[in-house]
Design a protein around this ligand. Structure first.
Ligand SMILES: C[S@@+](CC[C@H](N)C(=O)[O-])C[C@H]1O[C@@H](n2cnc3c(N)ncnc32)[C@H](O)[C@@H]1O
Length: 221
């Protein structure tokens, strides 16, 4: 979303397998106004988390109320994490920020997002035109770690890189610059650029500097 907002194309398809992220964006498109209480308080946070999880259980995860609670929890929860347990229940603990500046009125997004589409598919199920520009921002590879918070395994990294390599239009992909990611994208003919990027969010709250790559294909730099 940050890249799309930076580029502001007339038309765009934003896809993420996480339906809650996509629900939030879909409500932004309609002009979301957050009229629930926004308070950096632990008891209130856990009450909201319970409400949100009840909406999921009752099949109302795509409601406006879910989008409002999702925004509140994203701002107030630990490190802005978005993590669900095996029963699809949001389980991020309270964040303990000193101060939080909440936004209530998102109506200025309406004209920008007007002609964008939002879907929650696995990337292979996307129907793209051969000339479409793809920016791919998958869960970062974590080498030597069996545990993957978002279940995006090494096989998925390979599946994604190979899918991107087959696309005829321009592609930019970001990822953590682990040895195997660098090898994978190089072996598929991508040009690579290494960046010393500050890590903003990670599944374990680790904010150390990490090397990242940008992989390019069908783009003249
Ligand atoms: C680094 S985050 C990108 C966040 C997103 N670009 C945004 O701005 O909202 C990686 C995202 O990949 C999504 N993801 C994981 N597996 C996926 C899949 N098979 N197909 C599509 N998206 C997937 C996760 O839900 C996660 O939100």
């Amino acid at each position: 979303m940050a890249v799309a907002l930076g580029l502001q194309p007339q038309e765009a398809l934003l896809n993420d397998l996480n339906p809650h992220v996509i629900n939030f964006y879909s409500w932004l498109q309609k002009g979301l106004y957050i009229d629930i209480r926004l308070e950096n308080d632990s008891c209130y946070y856990y009450w909201c988390r319970k409400q949100f999880n009840e909406l999921i259980l009752s099949g109302r995860a795509n409601s406006e109320e879910s989008a409002k609670l999702f925004y509140f929890m994203n701002r107030t929860g630990f490190n802005g994490l978005c993590r669900f347990n095996s029963k699809d229940q949001f389980n991020v603990p309270f964040g303990r920020y000193k101060t939080i500046s909440y936004v209530k009125d998102f109506s200025h997004y309406i004209p920008i997002l007007k002609r964008w589409s939002f879907t929650a598919f696995d990337f292979v199920d996307l129907h793209l035109q051969p000339t479409d520009f793809i920016y791919s921002d998958p869960p970062y590879d974590v080498q030597f770690t069996k545990y993957s918070a978002n279940d995006f395994k090494w096989d998925d990294q390979i599946r994604l890189a190979e899918w991107l390599a087959c696309h005829h239009g321009p592609v930019v992909a970001s990822n953590q610059a682990t040895e195997r990611i660098v090898e994978l994208y190089k072996s598929l003919g991508f040009s690579l650029s290494l960046i010393d990027a500050p890590r903003r969010i990670s599944c374990d709250g680790n904010r150390q500097r990490a090397k990242e790559i940008l992989a390019f294909k069908n783009i003249s730099l």
